[in-house]
Design a binder for this molecule. Structure first.
Ligand code: NI
Length: 445
């Protein structure tokens, strides 16, 4: 938009009679003219963007009944991680009928839909949504409740998929004016933290310059958006500790090495050490969720296996955790004569939202909705999200889509058998995502 203004200024400079050229007055006039032209073009560009927002909103509102139908269809037919065959076929069908270039079987059961803008702009924005459900028996009385026994969309991935499809449908209508390319990633197997790696391995991130994601959030009312600068979710690592003692008679523990008692010491030592040796402002949560060991009430156990999860928000904290744990285990075992093995497996890293892209989401949401419907979330979650795998390749940001019912006192949390979604949130999600994508392509943020 600046080119026209300065170009006109130069034209004047060249075509005015020579004697005027050195005049300071001319320079002032010339600058004033450029400024006015710049303001004019700036205003025009602003109007253009505003009208795109209105168009996106109109398209999304018009699509709303179809989107609710889509969401209910997916909700009724949930599929577990890595088995999203029907969902993927359905998604591919909707994308092709909207004119996107579709690739199936990316990352096993994932789908990619690509929208080619008309511009030569190299920017390729990825929009990621996930498609898998959970092994939970649905406990709602909804008419479109799950028809699959023991499987439920209790984490809102049905809504994410619908928002992804809605955004693709809306943007396909304005593709000619998009000014960039958008690649929609419909990812499988998020709940087992595998799908993102599968997609990346199959080339889903090739040529991508940035990525946006969305996750529903029942503690924010539908119609609202939450953005978060920095850490959104935690790194989630798996921990296995094996303690090898020596068996003996329950009546004569001094002749044995009691692996159960040592396991108890280790658990206590780890929990106390967190509060005494870790920076309280850089959270670490270590939960032992499973213990295996022992044979009978009167036999001292010679082996115990502890299984747990370790959550942290800061990469530096995470990096020292394996050694820190091993030291504690080693010291306790050494004191009581047991042998040990610590297996620390790094799972997904923390989702670290990029500052500029979070600003993009915030400004898109604030322009689309009033600013009191956009919350800057003050806290991270210690849950995990494999969206972080994409962030190892490009900057990105994931926002929270409010899905709570305003009028209800209780909105059940994610992964609850009675988790429900206020479906009016779907349009909010689609408009926010589509408009943020447009602003990204226009580099207008
Ligand atoms: Ni989820």
């Amino acid at each position: 938009m600046g080119h026209g203004a300065w170009g006109m200024g130069h034209w004047l400079l060249i075509h005015l009679p020579h004697p005027f050229l050195p005049s300071a007055r001319l320079v002032v006039w010339q600058r004033a003219f450029c400024l006015l032209t710049f303001l004019y073009h700036g205003k025009k560009a602003y109007r253009l963007i505003k009208s795109m927002l209105t168009r996106i909103k109109d398209l999304a509102v018009k699509l709303a009944p179809r989107l609710i139908e889509i969401r209910r269809h997916i909700h009724s037919h949930p599929e577990l991680s890595g088995q999203e065959y029907q969902t993927a076929a359905f998604v591919a069908g909707v994308l092709s009928s909207s004119g996107l270039h579709v690739q199936e079987g990316v990352g096993k059961t994932g789908v990619i839909g690509e929208l080619q803008g008309t511009s030569q702009n190299d920017r390729l924005l990825a929009i990621r949504t996930d498609m898998d459900a959970l092994p939970i028996q649905e406990g709602t009385n909804l008419e479109y409740a799950s028809r699959a026994d023991g499987v439920m969309h209790a984490c809102g991935h049905d809504v994410h998929t619908t928002v992804g499809l809605g955004t693709a449908m809306v943007l396909s209508q304005v593709a000619g004016e998009l000014g960039g390319k958008v690649r929609f990633l419909f990812q499988p197997a998020e709940e087992i933290a595998q799908g993102a790696s599968w997609m990346v391995k199959d080339g889903a991130m090739e040529n991508v310059s940035a990525i946006l994601g969305v996750h529903v959030f029942p503690s924010i009312p539908a119609g609202s958006i939450g953005v978060r600068y920095g850490a959104l979710t935690a790194a989630a690592d798996d921990l296995e500790i094996l303690i090898m003692g020596e068996s003996g008679h329950g009546a004569r523990p001094h002749e044995a090495i009691d692996a159960i008692w040592i396991a108890c010491q280790i658990i206590t030592a780890l929990q106390q050490a967190i509060s005494r040796t870790q920076n309280a402002l850089r959270p670490v949560v270590l939960s032992i969720g499973k213990i295996n060991g022992g044979r009978a009430p009167n036999i001292i156990a010679d082996k115990v296996q502890l299984l747990g999860t370790v959550r942290s928000l800061h990469p530096e904290t995470r990096a020292h955790l394996p050694n820190w744990i091993e030291n504690i285990v080693s010291n306790v075992c050494h004191t009581y004569g047991a042998k040990y093995q610590v297996n620390y497996r790094q799972g997904v890293p923390s989702v670290q939202n990029d500052y500029v892209l979070t600003q993009l989401l915030q400004s898109a949401a604030e322009e689309a909705w009033s600013s009191d419907r956009v919350q800057v979330l003050p806290e991270s979650s210690l849950g995990s999200e494999d969206f972080s795998i994409y962030l190892e390749h490009v900057p990105g940001s994931m926002f929270r889509l409010g899905v709570g019912y305003k009028e209800r006192i209780i909105n059940h949390p994610l992964h609850h058998p009675q988790f429900e979604v206020d479906e009016s949130a779907i349009v909010t999600g689609v408009v926010t995502m589509a408009y943020a994508a447009y602003k990204y392509c226009q580099q207008n943020f």
